[in-house]
Write a protein that binds this ligand. Structure first.
Ligand code: SF4
Length: 471
Protein backbone atom coordinates (compact mmCIF):
# COMPACT_ATOMS: atom_id res chain seq x y z
CA UNK A 1 0.00 0.00 0.00
CA UNK A 2 1.60 3.20 -1.13
CA UNK A 3 0.84 6.89 -1.30
CA UNK A 4 2.28 8.88 -4.15
CA UNK A 5 2.74 12.56 -3.35
CA UNK A 6 3.29 14.98 -6.23
CA UNK A 7 4.85 18.28 -5.19
CA UNK A 8 4.20 21.44 -7.22
CA UNK A 9 5.18 25.05 -6.76
CA UNK A 10 1.64 26.49 -6.81
CA UNK A 11 0.91 30.19 -6.51
CA UNK A 12 -0.79 32.71 -4.25
CA UNK A 13 -1.98 34.62 -7.31
CA UNK A 14 -2.54 32.34 -10.26
CA UNK A 15 -5.30 29.70 -10.12
CA UNK A 16 -3.79 27.91 -13.15
CA UNK A 17 -0.38 27.36 -11.59
CA UNK A 18 -1.32 24.01 -10.06
CA UNK A 19 -3.21 22.76 -13.13
CA UNK A 20 -0.50 20.53 -14.57
CA UNK A 21 0.08 18.84 -11.18
CA UNK A 22 -3.68 18.32 -10.84
CA UNK A 23 -3.77 16.85 -14.35
CA UNK A 24 -0.93 14.39 -13.67
CA UNK A 25 -2.41 13.41 -10.32
CA UNK A 26 -5.81 12.79 -11.96
CA UNK A 27 -4.20 10.75 -14.74
CA UNK A 28 -2.17 8.63 -12.32
CA UNK A 29 -5.23 8.12 -10.14
CA UNK A 30 -7.21 6.90 -13.14
CA UNK A 31 -4.47 4.34 -13.92
CA UNK A 32 -4.95 2.92 -10.42
CA UNK A 33 -1.28 2.01 -10.00
CA UNK A 34 -1.06 3.68 -6.58
CA UNK A 35 -3.40 3.21 -3.66
CA UNK A 36 -3.50 6.97 -3.32
CA UNK A 37 -2.19 10.02 -5.19
CA UNK A 38 -2.12 13.34 -3.33
CA UNK A 39 -0.71 16.74 -4.19
CA UNK A 40 1.19 19.24 -2.07
CA UNK A 41 2.50 22.73 -2.83
CA UNK A 42 4.94 25.41 -1.79
CA UNK A 43 2.41 28.20 -2.32
CA UNK A 44 -0.94 26.45 -1.99
CA UNK A 45 -2.62 23.90 0.24
CA UNK A 46 -1.94 21.31 1.40
CA UNK A 47 1.41 22.94 2.06
CA UNK A 48 4.74 21.13 2.12
CA UNK A 49 4.49 21.29 5.92
CA UNK A 50 1.09 19.56 5.94
CA UNK A 51 1.14 17.14 3.05
CA UNK A 52 2.68 14.11 4.76
CA UNK A 53 -0.05 14.34 7.36
CA UNK A 54 -2.61 13.87 4.58
CA UNK A 55 -1.08 10.60 3.28
CA UNK A 56 -3.15 7.53 4.10
CA UNK A 57 -0.34 4.96 3.96
CA UNK A 58 2.96 4.51 5.73
CA UNK A 59 4.92 4.02 2.47
CA UNK A 60 5.09 7.40 0.78
CA UNK A 61 6.91 8.32 -2.43
CA UNK A 62 7.39 12.04 -2.97
CA UNK A 63 8.10 13.30 -6.50
CA UNK A 64 8.93 16.96 -7.11
CA UNK A 65 7.03 18.05 -10.21
CA UNK A 66 9.86 20.32 -11.25
CA UNK A 67 11.70 20.51 -14.51
CA UNK A 68 15.20 20.73 -13.04
CA UNK A 69 17.20 20.27 -9.90
CA UNK A 70 17.80 23.47 -8.03
CA UNK A 71 16.86 25.62 -5.09
CA UNK A 72 13.35 24.16 -4.64
CA UNK A 73 14.17 20.49 -5.05
CA UNK A 74 17.43 20.60 -3.09
CA UNK A 75 16.65 23.16 -0.39
CA UNK A 76 13.01 24.22 0.00
CA UNK A 77 11.11 20.93 -0.41
CA UNK A 78 13.39 18.75 1.79
CA UNK A 79 13.56 21.48 4.43
CA UNK A 80 9.81 22.14 4.57
CA UNK A 81 8.92 18.45 4.56
CA UNK A 82 11.45 17.73 7.31
CA UNK A 83 13.39 15.18 5.25
CA UNK A 84 16.67 15.90 7.03
CA UNK A 85 18.42 16.28 3.69
CA UNK A 86 19.84 19.28 1.88
CA UNK A 87 21.65 19.47 -1.43
CA UNK A 88 21.75 17.24 -4.51
CA UNK A 89 19.53 14.16 -4.41
CA UNK A 90 21.26 10.91 -5.47
CA UNK A 91 19.82 9.03 -8.50
CA UNK A 92 18.19 6.40 -6.26
CA UNK A 93 16.53 9.15 -4.18
CA UNK A 94 16.55 9.69 -0.42
CA UNK A 95 14.62 7.48 2.03
CA UNK A 96 13.72 8.64 5.53
CA UNK A 97 11.57 7.43 8.38
CA UNK A 98 9.29 10.28 9.50
CA UNK A 99 6.55 9.94 12.11
CA UNK A 100 6.07 6.23 11.44
CA UNK A 101 6.10 6.64 7.65
CA UNK A 102 8.81 5.64 5.21
CA UNK A 103 9.23 8.62 2.92
CA UNK A 104 11.10 8.26 -0.38
CA UNK A 105 12.09 11.49 -2.05
CA UNK A 106 13.08 11.31 -5.71
CA UNK A 107 14.79 13.50 -8.25
CA UNK A 108 12.49 15.89 -10.11
CA UNK A 109 10.88 14.34 -13.20
CA UNK A 110 12.58 16.82 -15.53
CA UNK A 111 16.04 15.31 -15.03
CA UNK A 112 14.99 11.80 -16.04
CA UNK A 113 16.82 10.63 -19.21
CA UNK A 114 13.46 9.87 -20.86
CA UNK A 115 12.74 13.59 -21.06
CA UNK A 116 14.93 13.64 -24.19
CA UNK A 117 12.24 11.52 -25.88
CA UNK A 118 9.61 14.02 -24.73
CA UNK A 119 11.59 16.87 -26.33
CA UNK A 120 11.69 14.94 -29.61
CA UNK A 121 7.95 14.23 -29.42
CA UNK A 122 7.20 17.90 -28.81
CA UNK A 123 9.42 18.89 -31.76
CA UNK A 124 7.64 16.44 -34.09
CA UNK A 125 4.23 17.67 -32.95
CA UNK A 126 5.22 21.27 -33.68
CA UNK A 127 6.79 20.41 -37.06
CA UNK A 128 5.48 17.09 -38.42
CA UNK A 129 7.50 17.46 -41.67
CA UNK A 130 10.72 17.76 -39.71
CA UNK A 131 13.73 16.95 -41.93
CA UNK A 132 16.98 16.45 -39.99
CA UNK A 133 18.95 17.92 -42.89
CA UNK A 134 17.49 21.42 -42.70
CA UNK A 135 16.01 21.76 -39.20
CA UNK A 136 17.58 23.16 -36.05
CA UNK A 137 16.35 22.47 -32.52
CA UNK A 138 16.44 25.03 -29.73
CA UNK A 139 15.98 23.60 -26.24
CA UNK A 140 14.87 26.65 -24.32
CA UNK A 141 15.49 26.81 -20.56
CA UNK A 142 14.55 29.46 -18.04
CA UNK A 143 18.07 30.13 -16.78
CA UNK A 144 18.84 31.46 -13.37
CA UNK A 145 21.85 32.57 -11.41
CA UNK A 146 20.59 31.01 -8.18
CA UNK A 147 21.56 27.41 -8.89
CA UNK A 148 23.69 26.24 -11.78
CA UNK A 149 22.05 22.80 -11.69
CA UNK A 150 18.88 24.22 -13.18
CA UNK A 151 20.74 24.90 -16.46
CA UNK A 152 22.70 21.70 -16.45
CA UNK A 153 19.72 19.61 -17.51
CA UNK A 154 19.02 21.87 -20.51
CA UNK A 155 22.61 21.44 -21.72
CA UNK A 156 22.45 17.69 -21.06
CA UNK A 157 19.30 17.31 -23.11
CA UNK A 158 20.72 19.40 -25.93
CA UNK A 159 23.72 17.06 -25.95
CA UNK A 160 21.47 13.98 -26.01
CA UNK A 161 19.55 15.41 -28.95
CA UNK A 162 22.80 16.20 -30.76
CA UNK A 163 23.98 12.62 -30.26
CA UNK A 164 20.64 11.33 -31.55
CA UNK A 165 21.27 13.00 -34.92
CA UNK A 166 17.65 14.12 -35.31
CA UNK A 167 18.53 17.71 -36.21
CA UNK A 168 21.04 19.61 -38.34
CA UNK A 169 21.89 21.79 -35.31
CA UNK A 170 20.96 21.72 -31.63
CA UNK A 171 21.24 24.75 -29.32
CA UNK A 172 20.62 25.29 -25.61
CA UNK A 173 19.37 28.86 -25.10
CA UNK A 174 17.82 30.63 -22.10
CA UNK A 175 15.24 33.20 -21.24
CA UNK A 176 17.10 34.85 -18.39
CA UNK A 177 20.76 34.25 -19.04
CA UNK A 178 23.33 33.92 -21.80
CA UNK A 179 23.19 32.49 -24.36
CA UNK A 180 19.82 34.23 -24.53
CA UNK A 181 17.02 33.12 -26.79
CA UNK A 182 16.57 36.72 -27.95
CA UNK A 183 19.82 36.30 -29.92
CA UNK A 184 18.79 32.99 -31.53
CA UNK A 185 19.45 34.24 -35.07
CA UNK A 186 23.14 34.68 -34.25
CA UNK A 187 23.40 30.99 -33.36
CA UNK A 188 21.04 29.21 -35.76
CA UNK A 189 21.79 28.81 -39.47
CA UNK A 190 19.12 26.28 -40.55
CA UNK A 191 16.04 27.52 -42.45
CA UNK A 192 13.66 25.63 -40.13
CA UNK A 193 13.86 25.99 -36.38
CA UNK A 194 11.88 24.11 -33.74
CA UNK A 195 11.74 25.87 -30.41
CA UNK A 196 10.90 23.54 -27.49
CA UNK A 197 10.43 25.21 -24.09
CA UNK A 198 11.95 23.03 -21.36
CA UNK A 199 9.33 24.35 -18.95
CA UNK A 200 7.05 22.51 -16.53
CA UNK A 201 3.77 24.15 -17.48
CA UNK A 202 1.93 26.43 -19.84
CA UNK A 203 1.91 29.84 -18.25
CA UNK A 204 3.19 33.38 -18.16
CA UNK A 205 6.57 32.52 -19.71
CA UNK A 206 5.44 30.12 -22.43
CA UNK A 207 2.36 32.13 -23.38
CA UNK A 208 3.68 35.68 -23.01
CA UNK A 209 7.34 36.38 -22.30
CA UNK A 210 8.87 33.90 -24.78
CA UNK A 211 6.65 34.88 -27.75
CA UNK A 212 7.07 38.59 -26.94
CA UNK A 213 10.84 38.42 -26.44
CA UNK A 214 11.50 36.86 -29.82
CA UNK A 215 8.55 38.19 -31.80
CA UNK A 216 6.58 34.98 -32.38
CA UNK A 217 3.14 35.53 -33.90
CA UNK A 218 1.81 32.00 -33.32
CA UNK A 219 2.80 28.37 -33.59
CA UNK A 220 4.61 29.12 -36.87
CA UNK A 221 6.43 32.40 -37.48
CA UNK A 222 8.44 33.33 -40.58
CA UNK A 223 11.43 35.64 -40.01
CA UNK A 224 12.65 37.33 -43.20
CA UNK A 225 15.77 39.32 -43.92
CA UNK A 226 18.06 37.85 -41.27
CA UNK A 227 21.78 37.16 -41.82
CA UNK A 228 20.86 33.53 -42.59
CA UNK A 229 17.99 34.36 -44.93
CA UNK A 230 14.37 33.41 -44.30
CA UNK A 231 13.90 31.21 -41.23
CA UNK A 232 10.67 29.61 -40.01
CA UNK A 233 10.25 29.04 -36.29
CA UNK A 234 7.92 26.26 -35.07
CA UNK A 235 7.00 26.86 -31.44
CA UNK A 236 6.07 23.76 -29.44
CA UNK A 237 4.15 23.33 -26.22
CA UNK A 238 6.26 22.95 -23.07
CA UNK A 239 7.69 19.50 -22.34
CA UNK A 240 6.16 19.39 -18.85
CA UNK A 241 2.57 19.11 -20.12
CA UNK A 242 3.23 16.12 -22.39
CA UNK A 243 1.28 13.00 -21.44
CA UNK A 244 4.48 10.89 -21.59
CA UNK A 245 5.56 12.63 -18.37
CA UNK A 246 3.26 10.25 -16.46
CA UNK A 247 5.48 7.36 -17.63
CA UNK A 248 8.51 9.26 -16.32
CA UNK A 249 6.78 9.74 -12.96
CA UNK A 250 5.96 6.05 -12.72
CA UNK A 251 9.54 5.15 -13.54
CA UNK A 252 10.86 7.50 -10.83
CA UNK A 253 8.45 6.02 -8.29
CA UNK A 254 9.50 2.51 -9.25
CA UNK A 255 13.21 3.35 -9.00
CA UNK A 256 12.67 4.92 -5.57
CA UNK A 257 10.94 1.86 -4.22
CA UNK A 258 14.31 0.18 -3.72
CA UNK A 259 14.51 -2.82 -1.43
CA UNK A 260 11.19 -2.30 0.40
CA UNK A 261 9.05 -3.80 -2.35
CA UNK A 262 6.35 -4.99 0.03
CA UNK A 263 4.95 -1.48 0.59
CA UNK A 264 3.42 -0.08 3.76
CA UNK A 265 0.29 -0.20 5.88
CA UNK A 266 -2.56 2.15 6.53
CA UNK A 267 -1.40 5.00 8.76
CA UNK A 268 -3.34 4.52 11.97
CA UNK A 269 -3.61 8.13 13.07
CA UNK A 270 -4.82 9.14 9.61
CA UNK A 271 -7.43 6.39 9.55
CA UNK A 272 -8.64 7.27 13.06
CA UNK A 273 -9.14 10.93 12.12
CA UNK A 274 -11.21 10.06 9.04
CA UNK A 275 -13.23 7.39 10.81
CA UNK A 276 -14.11 9.96 13.46
CA UNK A 277 -15.08 12.48 10.79
CA UNK A 278 -17.27 10.01 8.86
CA UNK A 279 -19.08 9.13 12.11
CA UNK A 280 -19.87 12.83 12.56
CA UNK A 281 -20.91 13.20 8.92
CA UNK A 282 -23.33 10.29 9.28
CA UNK A 283 -25.17 12.42 11.86
CA UNK A 284 -24.66 15.69 9.88
CA UNK A 285 -21.74 17.91 10.77
CA UNK A 286 -20.87 21.52 10.13
CA UNK A 287 -17.20 22.13 9.36
CA UNK A 288 -15.93 25.54 8.40
CA UNK A 289 -18.42 27.08 6.02
CA UNK A 290 -20.04 23.81 4.89
CA UNK A 291 -22.48 21.22 6.09
CA UNK A 292 -21.86 17.53 5.42
CA UNK A 293 -24.85 15.23 5.74
CA UNK A 294 -25.95 11.75 4.67
CA UNK A 295 -28.39 11.49 1.79
CA UNK A 296 -29.75 8.32 0.18
CA UNK A 297 -26.65 6.21 0.83
CA UNK A 298 -24.35 9.06 -0.21
CA UNK A 299 -23.05 12.22 1.43
CA UNK A 300 -23.94 15.77 0.49
CA UNK A 301 -21.69 18.79 1.04
CA UNK A 302 -23.07 22.30 0.59
CA UNK A 303 -22.40 25.82 1.84
CA UNK A 304 -24.04 26.29 5.24
CA UNK A 305 -25.69 29.47 3.97
CA UNK A 306 -27.36 27.41 1.22
CA UNK A 307 -29.10 25.24 3.78
CA UNK A 308 -32.77 25.18 2.94
CA UNK A 309 -32.25 26.07 -0.72
CA UNK A 310 -33.93 23.72 -3.22
CA UNK A 311 -31.53 21.23 -4.78
CA UNK A 312 -32.64 22.34 -8.26
CA UNK A 313 -31.41 25.87 -7.58
CA UNK A 314 -27.86 24.64 -6.93
CA UNK A 315 -25.19 23.26 -9.26
CA UNK A 316 -24.81 19.55 -8.45
CA UNK A 317 -21.23 18.27 -8.41
CA UNK A 318 -20.64 14.54 -8.53
CA UNK A 319 -16.86 14.19 -8.23
CA UNK A 320 -14.26 15.45 -5.73
CA UNK A 321 -12.43 17.11 -8.62
CA UNK A 322 -15.64 18.91 -9.64
CA UNK A 323 -15.85 20.29 -6.09
CA UNK A 324 -12.17 21.31 -6.21
CA UNK A 325 -12.70 23.30 -9.40
CA UNK A 326 -15.92 24.88 -8.09
CA UNK A 327 -14.30 26.31 -4.96
CA UNK A 328 -10.97 27.40 -6.42
CA UNK A 329 -12.28 30.95 -6.95
CA UNK A 330 -14.47 33.09 -4.71
CA UNK A 331 -17.71 34.67 -5.90
CA UNK A 332 -15.82 37.70 -7.24
CA UNK A 333 -13.64 35.37 -9.34
CA UNK A 334 -10.58 35.83 -7.11
CA UNK A 335 -8.26 32.90 -6.48
CA UNK A 336 -8.41 31.28 -3.00
CA UNK A 337 -4.87 30.01 -2.23
CA UNK A 338 -5.84 29.46 1.42
CA UNK A 339 -8.91 27.25 1.59
CA UNK A 340 -10.02 28.31 5.06
CA UNK A 341 -10.40 31.98 4.08
CA UNK A 342 -14.01 32.90 4.76
CA UNK A 343 -14.89 33.38 1.09
CA UNK A 344 -16.17 30.00 -0.03
CA UNK A 345 -18.52 30.55 -2.98
CA UNK A 346 -22.16 29.50 -2.65
CA UNK A 347 -24.62 27.96 -5.08
CA UNK A 348 -23.46 24.32 -5.34
CA UNK A 349 -23.93 20.96 -3.70
CA UNK A 350 -21.63 17.96 -4.00
CA UNK A 351 -23.14 14.46 -3.80
CA UNK A 352 -20.49 11.83 -3.18
CA UNK A 353 -20.00 8.25 -2.10
CA UNK A 354 -18.33 7.39 1.21
CA UNK A 355 -15.21 6.45 -0.76
CA UNK A 356 -15.15 9.90 -2.41
CA UNK A 357 -15.92 11.87 0.75
CA UNK A 358 -12.35 11.77 2.11
CA UNK A 359 -10.85 13.12 -1.09
CA UNK A 360 -13.58 15.75 -1.47
CA UNK A 361 -13.16 17.12 2.06
CA UNK A 362 -9.39 16.95 1.60
CA UNK A 363 -9.69 19.14 -1.53
CA UNK A 364 -12.12 21.50 0.19
CA UNK A 365 -10.17 21.91 3.43
CA UNK A 366 -6.72 20.30 3.01
CA UNK A 367 -5.26 18.74 6.18
CA UNK A 368 -8.03 20.25 8.33
CA UNK A 369 -9.44 16.87 9.43
CA UNK A 370 -6.02 15.50 10.36
CA UNK A 371 -4.86 18.64 12.20
CA UNK A 372 -8.16 19.20 13.99
CA UNK A 373 -8.27 15.59 15.14
CA UNK A 374 -4.68 15.82 16.38
CA UNK A 375 -5.53 19.04 18.25
CA UNK A 376 -8.64 17.43 19.70
CA UNK A 377 -6.33 14.75 21.14
CA UNK A 378 -3.67 17.24 22.27
CA UNK A 379 -1.24 15.84 19.71
CA UNK A 380 -0.84 18.79 17.31
CA UNK A 381 2.63 20.32 17.44
CA UNK A 382 2.74 24.06 16.78
CA UNK A 383 5.59 26.04 15.27
CA UNK A 384 5.93 29.54 16.70
CA UNK A 385 6.55 32.45 14.31
CA UNK A 386 10.24 32.78 15.22
CA UNK A 387 10.92 29.17 14.21
CA UNK A 388 9.04 29.63 10.94
CA UNK A 389 10.98 32.83 10.21
CA UNK A 390 14.36 31.27 11.06
CA UNK A 391 13.71 28.46 8.60
CA UNK A 392 13.22 30.79 5.64
CA UNK A 393 15.93 31.13 3.00
CA UNK A 394 16.40 32.94 -0.30
CA UNK A 395 14.13 35.91 -0.86
CA UNK A 396 12.10 35.02 2.25
CA UNK A 397 15.04 35.18 4.66
CA UNK A 398 14.25 38.85 5.26
CA UNK A 399 11.12 37.95 7.25
CA UNK A 400 13.58 37.25 10.09
CA UNK A 401 13.86 41.04 10.42
CA UNK A 402 10.14 41.52 11.00
CA UNK A 403 9.25 42.93 14.40
CA UNK A 404 6.48 41.24 16.44
CA UNK A 405 4.36 44.34 15.73
CA UNK A 406 4.84 43.96 11.97
CA UNK A 407 3.90 40.27 12.08
CA UNK A 408 0.82 41.05 14.16
CA UNK A 409 -0.16 43.92 11.87
CA UNK A 410 0.01 41.68 8.77
CA UNK A 411 -1.68 38.76 10.55
CA UNK A 412 -4.61 40.99 11.48
CA UNK A 413 -5.21 41.58 7.77
CA UNK A 414 -4.46 38.14 6.38
CA UNK A 415 -5.64 35.89 9.20
CA UNK A 416 -8.61 38.15 9.96
CA UNK A 417 -10.37 36.64 6.95
CA UNK A 418 -9.40 33.07 7.82
CA UNK A 419 -11.40 30.66 9.96
CA UNK A 420 -8.32 29.13 11.56
CA UNK A 421 -7.17 30.03 15.05
CA UNK A 422 -3.48 30.92 15.28
CA UNK A 423 -2.11 28.45 17.78
CA UNK A 424 1.37 29.54 16.63
CA UNK A 425 0.62 33.00 18.05
CA UNK A 426 -0.75 31.54 21.30
CA UNK A 427 -4.42 32.17 20.44
CA UNK A 428 -6.51 29.74 22.52
CA UNK A 429 -8.60 27.02 20.86
CA UNK A 430 -10.32 24.77 23.36
CA UNK A 431 -12.60 22.87 20.97
CA UNK A 432 -12.68 22.02 17.28
CA UNK A 433 -15.57 20.83 15.13
CA UNK A 434 -14.78 17.40 16.60
CA UNK A 435 -15.99 18.97 19.85
CA UNK A 436 -19.03 20.56 18.19
CA UNK A 437 -17.69 24.04 17.30
CA UNK A 438 -18.02 24.28 13.47
CA UNK A 439 -15.60 27.10 12.69
CA UNK A 440 -12.97 26.08 15.24
CA UNK A 441 -9.98 24.99 13.15
CA UNK A 442 -6.38 25.06 14.39
CA UNK A 443 -3.54 26.79 12.55
CA UNK A 444 -0.36 25.07 13.70
CA UNK A 445 2.04 27.40 11.92
CA UNK A 446 2.07 30.48 9.72
CA UNK A 447 1.14 29.64 6.13
CA UNK A 448 3.20 30.73 3.13
CA UNK A 449 0.67 33.45 2.26
CA UNK A 450 1.32 35.10 5.60
CA UNK A 451 5.09 34.64 5.25
CA UNK A 452 4.96 36.26 1.80
CA UNK A 453 2.91 39.18 3.13
CA UNK A 454 5.30 39.71 6.05
CA UNK A 455 8.15 39.81 3.54
CA UNK A 456 6.32 42.51 1.58
CA UNK A 457 5.77 44.43 4.83
CA UNK A 458 9.46 44.25 5.75
CA UNK A 459 10.37 45.36 2.22
CA UNK A 460 7.98 48.31 2.49
CA UNK A 461 6.09 47.05 -0.58
CA UNK A 462 2.93 45.77 1.02
CA UNK A 463 -0.16 46.96 -0.84
CA UNK A 464 1.78 47.49 -4.08
CA UNK A 465 0.53 45.46 -7.06
CA UNK A 466 1.82 41.92 -6.81
CA UNK A 467 4.06 40.81 -9.64
CA UNK A 468 4.56 37.22 -10.82
CA UNK A 469 8.18 37.35 -9.63
CA UNK A 470 6.93 37.95 -6.09
CA UNK A 471 4.81 34.89 -6.28
S1 SF4 B 1 -1.46 31.86 8.99
FE1 SF4 B 1 -3.38 32.97 9.09
S2 SF4 B 1 -4.21 32.97 6.99
FE2 SF4 B 1 -2.60 31.40 7.10
S3 SF4 B 1 -3.75 29.54 7.55
FE3 SF4 B 1 -3.05 30.37 9.53
S4 SF4 B 1 -4.73 31.64 10.27
FE4 SF4 B 1 -5.12 31.23 8.09
Amino acid sequence: MRSLVLIGHGSHLNPQSASSVYAYADLLRSKGLFDEVVEGYWKEEPSLRQVLRTAHYTDVTVIPMFISEGYFTETVIPREMGLGHQGPVPPQGVARSIGGRTVRYTLPYGVHPRMAEVILERAREAYPDLNPADTALIVLGHGTTRNENSNKIVYQNAERMREGGHFAEVHALFLDEVPKVTGWQEHVGAPNVVLVPFFASEGWHTLETIPEDIGLTGEVTVFEGGANGTQTVYYSKPVGTHSAVTEVILQLAEDARGAAAQGGDIDRSHQDAWDAFVRLAEQTVRIGEVIVRPTEGMFEIRHALDEGRANESLVTLVTPEGLRDQVRLDEAGEFRPVHTLRNLPRGWRAVLSTAELRRAVHLLYPAVIEESYAHHHHALRCTPWNATARRQTGIYAKVQKATPQQVEHVAKDVCGGCMKTRLWADEPLHQTFFGGVPGAIPCAEACTLLVAEVREEVSGKRGAAASPSHD
